[in-house]
Design a protein around this ligand. Structure first.
Ligand code: NAI
Length: 333
């Protein structure tokens, strides 16, 4: 099949070409994001392969349908950026990569937590500057602390096991509790109780109407003073302006973000030669207890290879049977 790959970086090209060996699909790589302005570039493509910040709203899908696109193969687990009803109406199937390496994302969330706690990001710069003072680098023992995980799907489950390994008391909120985790001692709670009781809150849920701005002024007010929040899920699970207010009062003790509400205009590109136009993001960068990474939770060798293999398998299955291996339908939300 003819596949147009949007938001394609050199590492995507490498992994997709390797996965396509033996399948014979024809791939065209575009560094551009998929938007209403770029969608026409998919003309004559059967498949559009898209990533997390590509725009798959109804107007873009209408253009893709006119181009003859019949499948969107997402290189991601999350599909909140696709208007599934509009895709169905346009006759475009949607496929995703449900689980490529939950370890990659969970381990990155743990990296954020460990760094914020022991302040290795600050220590690194200090020591290189010949400053060996410890003031400001005080952390806490993780053992015995309460870690609340919102969403115990593929990633949240790995996260729970890692934090149990640190000797933490792990609680979780999920409409579908996981029996294996319960057997390991993870206590399922209503989200409001979890947010109130946690020393560390890890967000591992999808972005849905229910989780949109789950972290807001009201819920922050109920949290323990000094709480640490780590978000590797989707930016809009957090109301960014509310966490800035919480950071300014000190109620939020540390914030680790791999995702950001308005990341589409920033992440995955080198913006080091330009001013950051987003004042809210720029304000976040001023806090010493905020650590931001640019949506790199998925970025391991193993995960890239698995994403590419599942993406190509979705396309081949669609070609052979009319159905991708991992379809997403409107009822999946
Ligand atoms: P998953 O679909 O396996 O698990 C999601 C879990 O969240 C499910 O158990 C579900 O029941 C639960 N959930 C749904 N609504 C909830 C709610 N209102 N409150 C609490 N839990 C709720 O997904 P997976 O693979 O664990 O990924 C989770 C999210 O992580 C993805 O949706 C995606 O947004 C994000 N992600 C981020 C990556 C990164 O690079 N930072 C990479 C991959 C995923």
């Amino acid at each position: 099949m003819q596949i147009t790959v949007f938001s394609a970086k050199p590492y995507d090209r490498q992994s997709l070409d390797a996965a396509n060996a033996g399948h014979g699909h024809r791939l065209t790589y575009l560094d551009l994001r998929l938007t209403a302005e770029t969608a026409e570039l998919a003309h004559r493509a059967d498949v559009v392969c898209a990533f997390v910040n590509d725009d798959m709203s109804a107007p873009v899908l209408a253009i893709l349908a006119r181009c003859g696109v019949r499948l969107i193969a997402l290189r991601s687990a999350g599909f909140n950026h696709v208007d599934l009803d509009a895709a169905k109406a346009a006759g475009i199937a949607v496929a995703r990569v449900p689980a490529y390496s939950p370890n990659a994302v969970a381990e990155h969330a743990v990296a954020l937590i460990l760094t914020l706690n022991r302040k290795t990001h600050r220590a690194y710069n200090r020591v290189r500057d010949g400053n060996f003072a410890l003031d400001g680098l005080l952390g806490f023992d993780l053992v015995g602390k309460t870690v609340g995980i919102v969403g115990t799907g593929q990633i949240g489950q790995v996260m729970a096991r890692i934090m149990l390994g640190f000797g933490c008391h792990v609680t979780a909120a999920d409409p579908y509790p996981n029996d294996d985790l319960s057997a390991l001692g993870v206590a399922y709670l209503p989200a409001a109780d979890l947010l109130r009781q946690s020393d560390i809150i890890a967000l591992q849920c999808p972005l849905t109407p229910e989780t949109h701005h789950l972290i807001n002024d009201q819920t922050i007010a109920t949290m323990k003073p000094g709480v640490m929040i780590a978000n590797t899920s989707r930016g809009a699970v957090i109301d960014t302006r509310a966490v800035i207010r919480g950071l300014k009062t000190g109620h939020i003790g540390a914030l680790g973000l791999d995702v950001y509400e308005e990341e589409a205009d920033l992440f995955f590109e080198d913006k080091s030669q330009t001013a950051i136009p987003d004042d809210v993001f720029a304000r976040l960068l001023t806090f010493p207890n905020v650590l931001i990474t640019g949506h790199q939770g998925f970025f391991t060798t193993e995960a890239l290879s698995a994403i590419a293999q599942t993406t190509i398998a979705n396309v081949t299955s669609f070609q052979d049977t009319g159905q991708p291996v991992h379809p997403v339908s409107p009822k999946a939300r």
